[in-house]
Design a protein around this ligand. Sequence first.
Ligand code: SF4
Length: 492
Amino acid sequence: LVSRYNGLLFFGFVASMPKTILPDWIYYPFFCPSVKVDENGRLKHANYGMRKIEGTLIANGFTRDEVAVIHPEHIDKAVDENTEVVAITSIDPLGIGPLTSTCTELFDGTGRMAAKLQEVLESPSIRKHKPKVILGGPGSWQFGAHPEKMDDLGIDHVVIGEGDISAPKLIKGIIDGNSEEFPKVIDGEVTFEEDIPEIVNPSIIGLVEATRGCARSCAFCVPSVRKVRSIPLPQIMKEVKVNVDSGENGIILHGEDILLYKSDGLNVNSEAVINLFREVKKYAGVNWVYGVHTSFSSVVSSPETIEEISKILELNGTQNKVNYFQVGIESGSSRLIRKHMKGKVYPFQPEEWPDIVRKGFKILNDNHFIPCTTLILGLPGEEKEDIQESIDLVRSLKGHKSLIVPMLFTPLETTRLEYSKGLYKKDFSPEHYELITACWEHNLNWTPLLWSHYGYSKNAFVKFSMDIVFRIATKLILARMRYIARKHGAEI
Ligand code: SF4
Protein backbone atom coordinates (compact mmCIF):
# COMPACT_ATOMS: atom_id res chain seq x y z
CA LEU A 1 0.00 0.00 0.00
CA VAL A 2 3.01 2.33 0.01
CA SER A 3 4.02 1.78 -3.59
CA ARG A 4 3.15 3.49 -6.86
CA TYR A 5 3.82 0.16 -8.63
CA ASN A 6 6.13 1.97 -11.09
CA GLY A 7 3.11 4.07 -12.10
CA LEU A 8 1.28 0.90 -13.21
CA LEU A 9 -1.87 0.70 -11.12
CA PHE A 10 -2.79 -2.88 -11.94
CA PHE A 11 0.46 -4.12 -10.43
CA GLY A 12 -1.33 -3.52 -7.13
CA PHE A 13 -2.88 -6.95 -7.63
CA VAL A 14 0.58 -8.46 -7.40
CA ALA A 15 0.46 -7.69 -3.67
CA SER A 16 -1.72 -10.81 -3.46
CA MET A 17 1.14 -12.96 -4.74
CA PRO A 18 2.26 -15.38 -2.03
CA LYS A 19 5.81 -15.17 -0.71
CA THR A 20 6.73 -18.50 -2.32
CA ILE A 21 6.41 -17.30 -5.94
CA LEU A 22 9.08 -14.61 -5.99
CA PRO A 23 11.87 -13.74 -3.56
CA ASP A 24 11.61 -10.32 -1.88
CA TRP A 25 14.70 -8.99 -3.71
CA ILE A 26 12.86 -9.36 -7.06
CA TYR A 27 9.34 -8.72 -5.82
CA TYR A 28 9.82 -5.35 -4.12
CA PRO A 29 12.06 -3.48 -6.60
CA PHE A 30 10.17 -4.68 -9.68
CA PHE A 31 6.57 -4.80 -8.53
CA CYS A 32 6.19 -2.68 -5.41
CA PRO A 33 9.07 -0.18 -5.02
CA SER A 34 8.41 2.01 -2.03
CA VAL A 35 7.23 5.63 -2.29
CA LYS A 36 9.36 8.42 -0.80
CA VAL A 37 9.20 9.54 2.81
CA ASP A 38 10.53 12.61 4.61
CA GLU A 39 13.12 12.48 7.38
CA ASN A 40 10.37 11.73 9.93
CA GLY A 41 8.94 8.83 7.95
CA ARG A 42 5.88 10.79 6.73
CA LEU A 43 4.56 9.72 3.34
CA LYS A 44 4.28 12.23 0.51
CA HIS A 45 1.71 10.08 -1.28
CA ALA A 46 -0.39 7.65 0.75
CA ASN A 47 -3.12 5.08 0.43
CA TYR A 48 -6.43 6.82 -0.26
CA GLY A 49 -8.30 5.23 2.67
CA MET A 50 -5.62 6.42 5.08
CA ARG A 51 -5.76 9.89 3.52
CA LYS A 52 -9.53 9.89 4.14
CA ILE A 53 -8.99 9.12 7.83
CA GLU A 54 -6.36 11.88 7.98
CA GLY A 55 -8.86 14.25 6.29
CA THR A 56 -11.65 13.39 8.70
CA LEU A 57 -9.37 13.84 11.74
CA ILE A 58 -8.33 17.31 10.50
CA ALA A 59 -11.99 18.16 9.81
CA ASN A 60 -12.79 17.08 13.38
CA GLY A 61 -10.37 19.44 15.06
CA PHE A 62 -7.01 17.66 15.07
CA THR A 63 -4.09 19.70 13.76
CA ARG A 64 -1.74 18.61 10.99
CA ASP A 65 1.03 18.27 13.58
CA GLU A 66 -1.04 15.86 15.63
CA VAL A 67 -1.76 13.49 12.76
CA ALA A 68 1.08 11.82 10.86
CA VAL A 69 0.65 9.38 7.97
CA ILE A 70 3.73 7.20 8.28
CA HIS A 71 5.44 4.62 6.10
CA PRO A 72 5.13 1.31 7.99
CA GLU A 73 8.84 0.61 7.63
CA HIS A 74 9.64 3.96 9.29
CA ILE A 75 7.21 3.59 12.16
CA ASP A 76 9.98 3.65 14.77
CA LYS A 77 10.82 7.22 13.73
CA ALA A 78 7.28 8.33 14.54
CA VAL A 79 6.02 6.34 17.50
CA ASP A 80 7.30 7.50 20.89
CA GLU A 81 6.04 8.05 24.43
CA ASN A 82 3.73 10.84 23.18
CA THR A 83 1.96 8.65 20.61
CA GLU A 84 -1.55 7.81 21.74
CA VAL A 85 -2.99 5.91 18.79
CA VAL A 86 -1.55 3.96 15.88
CA ALA A 87 -4.20 3.47 13.18
CA ILE A 88 -3.42 0.91 10.50
CA THR A 89 -5.18 0.28 7.20
CA SER A 90 -5.11 -3.13 5.56
CA ILE A 91 -6.69 -4.79 2.57
CA ASP A 92 -5.95 -8.29 3.75
CA PRO A 93 -4.77 -8.37 7.40
CA LEU A 94 -5.14 -12.15 7.90
CA GLY A 95 -4.26 -13.21 4.33
CA ILE A 96 -7.72 -14.66 3.68
CA GLY A 97 -9.02 -12.15 1.09
CA PRO A 98 -10.39 -13.56 -2.19
CA LEU A 99 -7.35 -12.87 -4.36
CA THR A 100 -4.78 -13.90 -1.74
CA SER A 101 -6.77 -17.07 -1.00
CA THR A 102 -6.85 -17.87 -4.72
CA CYS A 103 -3.09 -17.41 -5.05
CA THR A 104 -2.18 -19.29 -1.86
CA GLU A 105 -4.53 -22.15 -2.77
CA LEU A 106 -3.01 -22.44 -6.24
CA PHE A 107 0.63 -21.79 -5.45
CA ASP A 108 0.86 -22.43 -1.67
CA GLY A 109 2.70 -20.06 0.69
CA THR A 110 1.51 -17.23 2.92
CA GLY A 111 0.04 -13.86 1.97
CA ARG A 112 2.46 -10.95 1.97
CA MET A 113 0.01 -8.42 3.38
CA ALA A 114 -0.62 -10.50 6.52
CA ALA A 115 3.13 -10.96 7.02
CA LYS A 116 3.74 -7.21 6.59
CA LEU A 117 1.02 -6.35 9.11
CA GLN A 118 2.64 -8.62 11.66
CA GLU A 119 5.99 -6.88 11.11
CA VAL A 120 4.41 -3.50 11.84
CA LEU A 121 2.65 -4.73 14.96
CA GLU A 122 5.89 -6.23 16.25
CA SER A 123 7.96 -3.10 15.64
CA PRO A 124 10.10 -2.10 18.67
CA SER A 125 8.42 1.30 19.15
CA ILE A 126 4.92 -0.22 19.39
CA ARG A 127 6.14 -2.89 21.80
CA LYS A 128 7.95 -0.34 23.95
CA HIS A 129 5.45 2.54 24.09
CA LYS A 130 2.25 0.51 23.80
CA PRO A 131 -0.02 3.03 22.04
CA LYS A 132 -3.59 1.88 21.39
CA VAL A 133 -3.68 0.10 18.04
CA ILE A 134 -6.73 0.33 15.80
CA LEU A 135 -7.24 -1.19 12.38
CA GLY A 136 -9.56 -0.30 9.52
CA GLY A 137 -9.60 -0.52 5.75
CA PRO A 138 -11.16 -2.87 3.20
CA GLY A 139 -9.89 -6.01 4.99
CA SER A 140 -11.18 -5.14 8.47
CA TRP A 141 -14.18 -7.49 7.94
CA GLN A 142 -11.75 -10.35 8.56
CA PHE A 143 -11.71 -9.52 12.29
CA GLY A 144 -15.52 -9.60 12.35
CA ALA A 145 -15.15 -13.24 11.31
CA HIS A 146 -12.09 -13.87 13.55
CA PRO A 147 -12.24 -11.45 16.52
CA GLU A 148 -9.99 -13.77 18.55
CA LYS A 149 -7.08 -12.86 16.26
CA MET A 150 -7.15 -9.26 17.54
CA ASP A 151 -5.67 -10.21 20.91
CA ASP A 152 -3.12 -12.51 19.25
CA LEU A 153 -1.93 -9.62 17.10
CA GLY A 154 -2.23 -6.85 19.70
CA ILE A 155 -5.03 -4.86 18.04
CA ASP A 156 -7.32 -2.97 20.46
CA HIS A 157 -10.16 -1.91 18.13
CA VAL A 158 -11.24 -2.67 14.58
CA VAL A 159 -13.53 -0.41 12.55
CA ILE A 160 -15.45 -2.34 9.90
CA GLY A 161 -16.95 -0.33 7.05
CA GLU A 162 -16.71 3.44 6.87
CA GLY A 163 -14.42 5.45 9.14
CA ASP A 164 -15.47 9.04 8.33
CA ILE A 165 -17.45 9.39 11.58
CA SER A 166 -16.39 6.41 13.68
CA ALA A 167 -12.60 6.81 13.43
CA PRO A 168 -12.42 10.37 14.88
CA LYS A 169 -14.96 9.43 17.58
CA LEU A 170 -12.94 6.39 18.60
CA ILE A 171 -9.59 8.21 18.51
CA LYS A 172 -10.95 11.13 20.58
CA GLY A 173 -12.44 8.61 23.01
CA ILE A 174 -9.07 6.86 23.40
CA ILE A 175 -7.25 10.16 23.93
CA ASP A 176 -9.84 11.19 26.56
CA GLY A 177 -9.30 7.89 28.36
CA ASN A 178 -12.68 6.43 27.45
CA SER A 179 -11.61 3.58 25.21
CA GLU A 180 -13.54 1.01 27.28
CA GLU A 181 -16.78 2.67 26.12
CA PHE A 182 -16.07 1.44 22.58
CA PRO A 183 -16.57 -2.19 21.51
CA LYS A 184 -13.55 -4.02 20.20
CA VAL A 185 -15.18 -4.44 16.79
CA ILE A 186 -17.04 -1.33 15.64
CA ASP A 187 -19.42 -1.08 12.69
CA GLY A 188 -18.54 2.24 11.05
CA GLU A 189 -21.29 4.86 10.95
CA VAL A 190 -22.48 5.93 7.53
CA THR A 191 -22.57 9.55 6.44
CA PHE A 192 -24.08 11.57 3.59
CA GLU A 193 -21.91 12.24 0.55
CA GLU A 194 -21.66 15.99 1.18
CA ASP A 195 -20.40 15.30 4.73
CA ILE A 196 -17.54 13.01 3.64
CA PRO A 197 -14.39 15.08 4.33
CA GLU A 198 -11.93 15.58 1.48
CA ILE A 199 -8.34 14.40 1.55
CA VAL A 200 -5.86 17.15 2.46
CA ASN A 201 -2.71 15.47 1.17
CA PRO A 202 -2.09 13.51 -2.05
CA SER A 203 -3.09 9.91 -2.56
CA ILE A 204 -1.12 7.23 -4.41
CA ILE A 205 -1.33 7.58 -8.23
CA GLY A 206 -3.95 10.35 -7.93
CA LEU A 207 -6.81 8.17 -6.67
CA VAL A 208 -10.01 10.13 -5.98
CA GLU A 209 -13.33 8.68 -4.82
CA ALA A 210 -16.29 9.36 -7.13
CA THR A 211 -18.90 6.92 -5.81
CA ARG A 212 -19.28 4.75 -2.72
CA GLY A 213 -21.40 1.58 -2.40
CA CYS A 214 -23.04 -0.32 -5.23
CA ALA A 215 -26.74 -0.76 -5.91
CA ARG A 216 -26.25 -3.88 -8.04
CA SER A 217 -26.32 -5.88 -4.78
CA CYS A 218 -24.37 -8.99 -5.72
CA ALA A 219 -24.69 -11.46 -2.86
CA PHE A 220 -20.93 -12.05 -2.40
CA CYS A 221 -19.75 -8.44 -2.45
CA VAL A 222 -18.94 -5.99 0.37
CA PRO A 223 -19.65 -2.67 -1.45
CA SER A 224 -23.13 -4.06 -2.20
CA VAL A 225 -24.08 -3.60 1.47
CA ARG A 226 -22.91 0.01 1.61
CA LYS A 227 -25.24 2.98 1.15
CA VAL A 228 -24.94 4.18 -2.44
CA ARG A 229 -23.55 7.69 -2.86
CA SER A 230 -22.08 9.84 -5.63
CA ILE A 231 -19.59 12.41 -4.39
CA PRO A 232 -20.54 15.95 -5.55
CA LEU A 233 -18.29 17.21 -8.37
CA PRO A 234 -16.92 20.23 -6.40
CA GLN A 235 -15.63 17.82 -3.69
CA ILE A 236 -14.06 15.59 -6.36
CA MET A 237 -12.36 18.60 -7.96
CA LYS A 238 -10.86 19.66 -4.61
CA GLU A 239 -9.21 16.24 -4.34
CA VAL A 240 -8.06 16.46 -7.98
CA LYS A 241 -6.39 19.77 -7.07
CA VAL A 242 -4.63 18.26 -4.01
CA ASN A 243 -3.17 15.55 -6.23
CA VAL A 244 -2.22 17.74 -9.18
CA ASP A 245 -0.59 20.28 -6.84
CA SER A 246 1.61 17.45 -5.57
CA GLY A 247 2.88 16.74 -9.08
CA GLU A 248 0.46 14.02 -10.24
CA ASN A 249 -0.39 14.24 -13.94
CA GLY A 250 -3.29 11.80 -13.93
CA ILE A 251 -6.35 10.96 -11.87
CA ILE A 252 -7.96 7.62 -11.07
CA LEU A 253 -11.68 7.96 -10.40
CA HIS A 254 -12.72 5.29 -7.95
CA GLY A 255 -16.22 3.85 -7.93
CA GLU A 256 -17.68 0.33 -8.02
CA ASP A 257 -19.41 1.16 -11.31
CA ILE A 258 -18.24 4.55 -12.50
CA LEU A 259 -20.95 4.62 -15.19
CA LEU A 260 -23.48 4.76 -12.34
CA TYR A 261 -22.13 8.13 -11.12
CA LYS A 262 -25.21 10.21 -10.19
CA SER A 263 -27.40 7.49 -11.69
CA ASP A 264 -31.10 7.20 -11.32
CA GLY A 265 -31.16 3.75 -9.65
CA LEU A 266 -29.32 1.44 -12.04
CA ASN A 267 -29.90 3.57 -15.15
CA VAL A 268 -26.79 5.30 -16.50
CA ASN A 269 -26.93 9.10 -16.18
CA SER A 270 -24.87 9.65 -19.28
CA GLU A 271 -24.72 13.44 -18.96
CA ALA A 272 -23.39 13.33 -15.37
CA VAL A 273 -20.78 10.66 -16.18
CA ILE A 274 -19.54 12.46 -19.29
CA ASN A 275 -19.41 15.75 -17.38
CA LEU A 276 -17.38 14.07 -14.62
CA PHE A 277 -14.75 12.76 -17.05
CA ARG A 278 -14.73 16.05 -19.02
CA GLU A 279 -14.21 18.26 -15.94
CA VAL A 280 -11.47 16.08 -14.48
CA LYS A 281 -9.67 15.67 -17.82
CA LYS A 282 -9.70 19.40 -18.59
CA TYR A 283 -8.25 20.35 -15.18
CA ALA A 284 -4.86 21.99 -15.82
CA GLY A 285 -2.11 19.41 -15.37
CA VAL A 286 -4.27 16.30 -15.85
CA ASN A 287 -3.04 14.27 -18.83
CA TRP A 288 -4.95 11.05 -18.25
CA VAL A 289 -7.98 9.78 -16.30
CA TYR A 290 -8.93 6.22 -15.40
CA GLY A 291 -12.25 5.06 -14.03
CA VAL A 292 -11.44 1.97 -12.00
CA HIS A 293 -14.54 -0.24 -12.22
CA THR A 294 -17.63 -0.51 -14.37
CA SER A 295 -20.14 -3.24 -15.26
CA PHE A 296 -20.96 -4.86 -18.58
CA SER A 297 -24.63 -4.02 -18.06
CA SER A 298 -23.86 -0.29 -17.83
CA VAL A 299 -21.54 -0.47 -20.84
CA VAL A 300 -24.07 -2.29 -23.03
CA SER A 301 -27.03 -0.18 -21.92
CA SER A 302 -25.15 3.04 -22.74
CA PRO A 303 -22.47 2.47 -25.39
CA GLU A 304 -22.68 6.14 -26.38
CA THR A 305 -21.32 7.08 -22.92
CA ILE A 306 -18.27 4.87 -23.47
CA GLU A 307 -17.80 6.38 -26.93
CA GLU A 308 -17.90 9.92 -25.54
CA ILE A 309 -15.53 9.13 -22.65
CA SER A 310 -13.12 7.60 -25.17
CA LYS A 311 -13.17 10.89 -27.13
CA ILE A 312 -12.72 13.01 -24.00
CA LEU A 313 -9.72 10.91 -22.97
CA GLU A 314 -8.35 11.12 -26.54
CA LEU A 315 -7.80 7.38 -26.69
CA ASN A 316 -5.94 5.91 -29.63
CA GLY A 317 -3.98 9.18 -29.79
CA THR A 318 -0.27 9.63 -29.38
CA GLN A 319 -0.35 10.12 -25.62
CA ASN A 320 -3.12 7.80 -24.41
CA LYS A 321 -3.46 4.77 -26.65
CA VAL A 322 -5.76 2.69 -24.49
CA ASN A 323 -7.50 2.82 -21.15
CA TYR A 324 -8.68 0.12 -18.73
CA PHE A 325 -11.72 -0.89 -16.75
CA GLN A 326 -11.94 -3.59 -14.10
CA VAL A 327 -15.17 -5.46 -14.72
CA GLY A 328 -16.75 -8.55 -13.17
CA ILE A 329 -17.87 -11.43 -15.37
CA GLU A 330 -18.19 -13.67 -12.29
CA SER A 331 -19.92 -16.57 -14.11
CA GLY A 332 -21.03 -17.79 -17.51
CA SER A 333 -23.99 -19.51 -15.92
CA SER A 334 -27.28 -17.62 -16.18
CA ARG A 335 -28.61 -19.87 -13.41
CA LEU A 336 -25.93 -18.74 -10.94
CA ILE A 337 -26.28 -15.14 -12.08
CA ARG A 338 -30.01 -15.28 -11.35
CA LYS A 339 -29.36 -16.91 -7.96
CA HIS A 340 -26.64 -14.57 -6.66
CA MET A 341 -26.46 -11.37 -8.73
CA LYS A 342 -29.63 -10.50 -10.56
CA GLY A 343 -28.93 -6.77 -10.11
CA LYS A 344 -25.59 -7.14 -11.90
CA VAL A 345 -27.36 -7.68 -15.23
CA TYR A 346 -30.05 -4.96 -14.89
CA PRO A 347 -31.63 -3.70 -17.20
CA PHE A 348 -31.12 -7.09 -18.90
CA GLN A 349 -32.19 -10.60 -17.89
CA PRO A 350 -29.85 -13.24 -16.38
CA GLU A 351 -30.43 -15.46 -19.46
CA GLU A 352 -28.86 -12.72 -21.62
CA TRP A 353 -25.71 -12.49 -19.48
CA PRO A 354 -23.20 -14.39 -21.71
CA ASP A 355 -24.27 -12.21 -24.66
CA ILE A 356 -24.09 -9.02 -22.56
CA VAL A 357 -20.54 -9.94 -21.56
CA ARG A 358 -19.53 -10.53 -25.19
CA LYS A 359 -21.16 -7.27 -26.33
CA GLY A 360 -19.52 -5.42 -23.42
CA PHE A 361 -16.07 -6.71 -24.43
CA LYS A 362 -16.66 -5.58 -28.01
CA ILE A 363 -17.92 -2.09 -27.11
CA LEU A 364 -14.98 -1.55 -24.76
CA ASN A 365 -12.40 -2.81 -27.27
CA ASP A 366 -13.96 -0.79 -30.12
CA ASN A 367 -13.51 2.32 -27.99
CA HIS A 368 -9.93 1.48 -26.96
CA PHE A 369 -10.75 0.26 -23.46
CA ILE A 370 -9.33 -3.02 -22.23
CA PRO A 371 -11.51 -4.99 -19.81
CA CYS A 372 -9.56 -6.56 -16.94
CA THR A 373 -12.11 -9.00 -15.61
CA THR A 374 -12.71 -11.46 -12.81
CA LEU A 375 -14.50 -14.78 -12.79
CA ILE A 376 -15.54 -16.64 -9.63
CA LEU A 377 -15.19 -20.39 -9.20
CA GLY A 378 -17.16 -22.22 -6.53
CA LEU A 379 -20.14 -19.91 -6.09
CA PRO A 380 -22.63 -21.60 -3.72
CA GLY A 381 -24.82 -24.08 -5.60
CA GLU A 382 -22.36 -24.42 -8.51
CA GLU A 383 -22.79 -27.58 -10.62
CA LYS A 384 -20.63 -29.12 -13.33
CA GLU A 385 -22.85 -27.56 -16.04
CA ASP A 386 -22.35 -24.05 -14.60
CA ILE A 387 -18.58 -24.42 -14.79
CA GLN A 388 -18.86 -25.68 -18.37
CA GLU A 389 -20.88 -22.56 -19.26
CA SER A 390 -18.11 -20.40 -17.82
CA ILE A 391 -15.50 -22.34 -19.82
CA ASP A 392 -17.56 -21.81 -22.99
CA LEU A 393 -17.90 -18.11 -22.27
CA VAL A 394 -14.16 -17.64 -21.66
CA ARG A 395 -13.31 -19.47 -24.90
CA SER A 396 -15.82 -17.32 -26.83
CA LEU A 397 -13.98 -14.18 -25.67
CA LYS A 398 -10.71 -15.29 -27.26
CA GLY A 399 -10.71 -12.54 -29.91
CA HIS A 400 -11.10 -9.66 -27.43
CA LYS A 401 -8.11 -7.83 -25.99
CA SER A 402 -8.58 -8.41 -22.27
CA LEU A 403 -7.58 -10.23 -19.12
CA ILE A 404 -9.72 -12.77 -17.26
CA VAL A 405 -8.62 -13.48 -13.68
CA PRO A 406 -10.14 -16.61 -12.09
CA MET A 407 -10.83 -16.25 -8.37
CA LEU A 408 -12.01 -18.75 -5.79
CA PHE A 409 -15.24 -17.93 -3.99
CA THR A 410 -14.47 -16.64 -0.49
CA PRO A 411 -17.39 -15.85 1.86
CA LEU A 412 -16.97 -12.28 3.11
CA GLU A 413 -18.33 -11.04 6.44
CA THR A 414 -21.38 -8.72 6.14
CA THR A 415 -22.41 -10.08 2.71
CA ARG A 416 -25.44 -12.27 2.04
CA LEU A 417 -23.14 -15.24 1.42
CA GLU A 418 -21.03 -14.80 4.57
CA TYR A 419 -22.03 -18.20 5.97
CA SER A 420 -21.52 -20.12 2.71
CA LYS A 421 -18.63 -22.48 2.09
CA GLY A 422 -15.60 -21.17 0.20
CA LEU A 423 -13.86 -23.13 -2.55
CA TYR A 424 -10.50 -24.71 -1.72
CA LYS A 425 -8.05 -26.54 -3.93
CA LYS A 426 -8.85 -29.86 -2.27
CA ASP A 427 -12.44 -29.51 -3.56
CA PHE A 428 -11.51 -28.68 -7.19
CA SER A 429 -13.21 -30.74 -9.88
CA PRO A 430 -11.54 -31.45 -13.28
CA GLU A 431 -13.84 -28.72 -14.70
CA HIS A 432 -12.43 -26.16 -12.24
CA TYR A 433 -8.94 -26.98 -13.47
CA GLU A 434 -10.10 -26.68 -17.06
CA LEU A 435 -11.68 -23.27 -16.39
CA ILE A 436 -8.59 -21.89 -14.66
CA THR A 437 -6.43 -23.13 -17.53
CA ALA A 438 -8.80 -21.58 -20.11
CA CYS A 439 -8.43 -18.21 -18.34
CA TRP A 440 -4.62 -18.47 -18.32
CA GLU A 441 -4.56 -19.47 -21.98
CA HIS A 442 -6.62 -16.37 -22.73
CA ASN A 443 -4.32 -14.15 -20.66
CA LEU A 444 -1.13 -15.58 -22.12
CA ASN A 445 -2.44 -14.88 -25.58
CA TRP A 446 -2.97 -11.18 -24.81
CA THR A 447 -0.28 -10.38 -22.23
CA PRO A 448 2.52 -9.39 -24.67
CA LEU A 449 0.22 -6.97 -26.54
CA LEU A 450 -1.33 -5.55 -23.36
CA TRP A 451 2.08 -5.03 -21.85
CA SER A 452 3.23 -3.18 -24.97
CA HIS A 453 0.32 -0.73 -24.37
CA TYR A 454 0.53 -0.60 -20.63
CA GLY A 455 4.24 -0.11 -20.30
CA TYR A 456 4.77 1.94 -23.44
CA SER A 457 5.64 5.27 -21.84
CA LYS A 458 7.44 3.97 -18.79
CA ASN A 459 11.09 3.64 -17.95
CA ALA A 460 12.76 1.69 -20.79
CA PHE A 461 14.74 -0.60 -18.46
CA VAL A 462 11.65 -1.49 -16.41
CA LYS A 463 9.66 -2.07 -19.60
CA PHE A 464 12.36 -4.31 -21.10
CA SER A 465 12.85 -6.30 -17.88
CA MET A 466 9.14 -6.71 -17.28
CA ASP A 467 8.66 -7.76 -20.89
CA ILE A 468 10.99 -10.70 -20.25
CA VAL A 469 9.51 -11.44 -16.81
CA PHE A 470 5.99 -11.44 -18.27
CA ARG A 471 6.83 -13.71 -21.17
CA ILE A 472 8.64 -16.21 -18.99
CA ALA A 473 6.30 -16.04 -15.98
CA THR A 474 3.09 -16.44 -17.95
CA LYS A 475 4.52 -19.39 -19.88
CA LEU A 476 5.71 -21.07 -16.69
CA ILE A 477 2.37 -20.50 -14.99
CA LEU A 478 0.46 -21.84 -17.99
CA ALA A 479 2.70 -24.90 -18.27
CA ARG A 480 2.17 -25.57 -14.56
CA MET A 481 -1.59 -25.04 -14.81
CA ARG A 482 -1.85 -27.44 -17.79
CA TYR A 483 0.24 -30.04 -16.00
CA ILE A 484 -1.82 -29.78 -12.79
CA ALA A 485 -5.12 -29.73 -14.71
CA ARG A 486 -4.24 -32.91 -16.64
CA LYS A 487 -3.08 -34.58 -13.45
CA HIS A 488 -6.54 -33.94 -11.97
CA GLY A 489 -8.44 -35.35 -14.89
CA ALA A 490 -9.18 -32.20 -16.95
CA GLU A 491 -9.34 -32.82 -20.69
CA ILE A 492 -6.94 -30.23 -22.10
S1 SF4 B 1 -21.55 -4.96 -9.50
FE1 SF4 B 1 -19.53 -5.27 -8.58
S2 SF4 B 1 -19.37 -3.77 -6.92
FE2 SF4 B 1 -21.54 -3.90 -7.49
S3 SF4 B 1 -22.39 -5.35 -6.05
FE3 SF4 B 1 -21.81 -6.49 -7.89
S4 SF4 B 1 -19.69 -7.23 -7.53
FE4 SF4 B 1 -20.17 -5.62 -6.00
